[in-house]
Design a protein around this ligand. Structure first.
Ligand code: NAD
Length: 435
């Protein structure tokens, strides 16, 4: 008798320990979301395991020489969750709390998001575990370039296209594009999106995510019979996404009554002067010290009287501990993964409508797609054209998802996952398994 164990004794669907749900933070939350959608996938549920395993995980050491002559090592990641519908696409985050679980979850949400708005990409994400505010500009550049070289093995204009996320911006993208181009011997503008406009970036990209948040937020508010004019809006995170969304809501007549960022929490019943607050954040690095607003304790933010709440900072902010305090009728998830599944249930029972991240913040990747298309054709569009196309895609995606939610009587999150996972797994099925 052969001593080789029979392959049939090998459990078929046991996830590697580092992919299991229980102690995995954001990745665990994502796995629970996939479980919720599986009953709606029909015959495609046969392929659902493919959504529970990132296709490719790259962990890199990023050593740099600091300005004082010492050598520092940073931990970097690039995860390609699913490439069935096209090249990987997703941002790069520089933050001291970045973990593999977080990057895996963010990459998976990119797969779902890209499919939800039907742009021809798979999902990917990257990050470095670093507090970039503690680096000099020269150190930041060296770290960005070394990280780009290390992940250069798997990125490229037709393979995987990074973009900005928390604490990364157009300058970081310019260094990434230059590094990749130097390593490959020709200028490759299409290797990253969110670049400065003078380097092949797209008009409208900076504001695209906030504009998408606003666009689908207005659509959802209409279904609730909630008027934007005079509506009270609370925004957590006043950076690229939260600042832009807050300004667009204020421009439309809403009152931004509360804001919170890493420097403080402010409240102003009459509504804040949002452009002035944005200028203050630009100058000082945060909302703290903005004149005229009342300062609140950090935890008080969740209980402020408001109609619309926009979490636009980091994940796992709305939890079972604070969901009960929330007074908003509509939550628009500007951030990725801001609501835990437990909080989702509490809010659903309270009758709060949640516009999930995977559709609400898809405006950024939609204009990133426009940028990539413009780079390939070296033909650039006007800002009006870009905004009009963005609004059209966001409204169409929202309408389709709303319809699926009504049809199956499920939350907008589950509806978005139904639409997106069906597209991903249909592509997976048509391509077939290699070999
Ligand atoms: P950003 O760096 O411009 O802003 C982040 C904001 O969050 C800052 O105001 C910061 O002070 C605040 N913040 C950080 N820690 C906080 C804390 N503990 N409590 C309260 N506030 C805190 O980043 P961004 O690009 O605006 O991204 C914000 C979120 O939106 C992230 O979840 C990101 O993944 C998501 N997102 C961004 C884009 C994009 O195009 N930039 C696209 C889709 C999703």
């Amino acid at each position: 008798m052969s001593s080789v164990p029979s392959t049939s004794a090998v459990p078929q669907h046991v996830l590697p320990s580092y992919l299991q749900a229980d102690h995995l933070g954001p990745w665990g939350n994502y796995l629970k979301q996939v479980d919720r959608v599986t009953p709606y996938l029909g015959h495609l549920s046969r392929w659902v395991e493919t959504l529970k395993r990132p296709k490719r995980i790259l962990i890199v050491d990023v050593p740099i020489e600091m300005d004082n002559g010492t050598i520092a090592h940073f931990e970097g990641y690039r995860v390609q969750h699913n490439l069935s519908r096209g090249p990987g696409k997703g941002g790069v985050r520089f933050h001291q709390d970045v973990t593999l679980s977080e990057v895996m979850a963010l990459s998976a949400w990119m797969s779902v998001k890209n499919a939800a708005v039907n742009v021809p990409y798979g999902g990917a994400k990257g990050g470095i575990r670093v507090d970039p505010k503690k680096l000099s500009r020269a150190e930041l550049e060296r770290m960005t370039r070394r990280y780009t070289s290390e992940i250069g093995l798997i990125i490229g204009p037709t393979k995987d296209i990074p973009a900005p996320d928390v604490n990364t911006n157009g300058q970081i993208m310019a260094w990434m594009m230059d590094t990749y181009s130097m390593n490959t011997g020709s200028t490759a503008t299409g290797v990253v999106t969110g670049k400065p406009v003078d380097l092949g970036g797209s008009l409208g990209r900076n504001e695209a995510t906030g504009r998408g948040v606003f666009t689908v937020g207005v659509e959802a508010a209409q279904h609730l019979g909630l008027k934007i004019e005079g509506a009270r809006v609370a925004v957590q995170g006043f950076g690229n996404v939260g600042g832009t969304a807050g300004r667009l809501f204020a421009d439309a007549g809403a009152r931004v009554v509360a804001v919170q960022d890493h420097t403080g929490t402010l409240y102003q019943e009459a509504g804040m002067d949002v452009p002035a607050l944005q200028a203050h954040v630009q100058q000082t690095g945060g909302v703290a010290g903005f004149a005229g607003a009342e300062v609140l304790a950090h935890e008080a933010f969740w209980g402020v009287p408001c109609d619309i709440l926009i979490p636009a900072a980091l994940e796992s902010q709305i939890t079972a501990d604070n969901a009960d305090q929330i007074q908003a009728r509509l939550i628009i998830e500007g951030a990725n993964g801001p609501t835990t599944p437990e909080a989702d249930d509490i809010l659903h029972d309270k009758g709060v409508l949640i516009l999930p991240d995977v559709i609400a913040n898809a405006g950024g990747v939609t204009v990133s797609y426009f940028e990539w298309v413009q780079d390939f054709s070296s033909f650039f569009w006007s800002e009006e054209e870009i905004n009009a196309r963005l609004v059209r895609i966001m409204k169409e995606a929202f309408a389709g998802i709303w319809q699926v939610a009504q049809e199956h009587q499920v939350s907008l999150r589950t509806a978005t996952f139904i639409v997106a996972c069906t597209r991903i797994l249909h592509a997976r099925e048509m391509r077939g398994l290699y070999p």
